[in-house]
Design a protein around this ligand. Sequence first.
Ligand code: AMP
Length: 280
Amino acid sequence: MIIANSIAEVRAAVHSARAAGEAIGFVPTMGALHAGHLSLVDASRARCDRTVVSVFVNPTQFGPGEDLDRYPRTFRADCEQLAERGCWLVFAPSNEEIYPPGYETFVEVGSVAEPWEGACRPGHYRGVATVVLKLLLMVGADQAFFGQKDYQQSLVVRQLVADFNVPTEIVICPTVREADGLAMSSRNAFLNPTQRHQARALWKSLQLAEELCQTGERRTPILAGRIRECLAEAGITEVDYIALVKAGTVIAIDEVVGPTVVALAVRVGQTRLIDNHQIG
Ligand code: AMP
């Protein structure tokens, strides 16, 4: 497995692979890899000849007071897992490689980046869109793989790629969960045993919404209320949002009349967790 720190190395390696007729898959990550990330590597390997994984904790997508400094960094273990999984090249740039002195261009995404996560984390999607565009241009992959776990992010990335005519196909892969349903996340490592137990309520509440919907409850304020109660029963009272949106959009709906994504963000102790599930 190649470990590249510079953009030039990645470009050279990808250039020769493509010249040999190989299709390149790309999985951008912030490291602290878990089975969710590795499922994206598997998806890439199933569809492409060579898989590039980037490991870069992007400072511009963290707001002041967020967890940039304490974000888990486990590069050696990440590389071991990636080598085992058949990754071809790991791109691990420094902050200076991505944002050299004098850097001053940022991508501003429109309405899809405004509500929900965008409203709770001002500037977050500006940072995400900027680094994703840069990485897509650096790697020049045929396909890039993202997780459904970050639902709104997947819409932001699709919008970005369409608007900037980026010739990389975007593939969204299903959320990988722990045995009890908690969506895998690098941030789960911050949960103590009590909080980890409480965090089961995220998936439980999303499943409750699905059950209620299947048995005829379609009114979104009622569904959101039941989700909130389910979270509160587990001791989760700090809820950033419970969104019921038309699938494939961030537009809130009053009633479930078709495919609907239920997305939520909560705080368990100091740790902010997000999850989503399609119902209807
Ligand atoms: P991150 O390292 O958190 O920036 O995530 C890198 C990529 O992995 C993003 O496309 C995420 O949506 C995806 N991802 C994170 N957690 C999961 C999961 N549990 N299942 C599937 N994909 C995931």
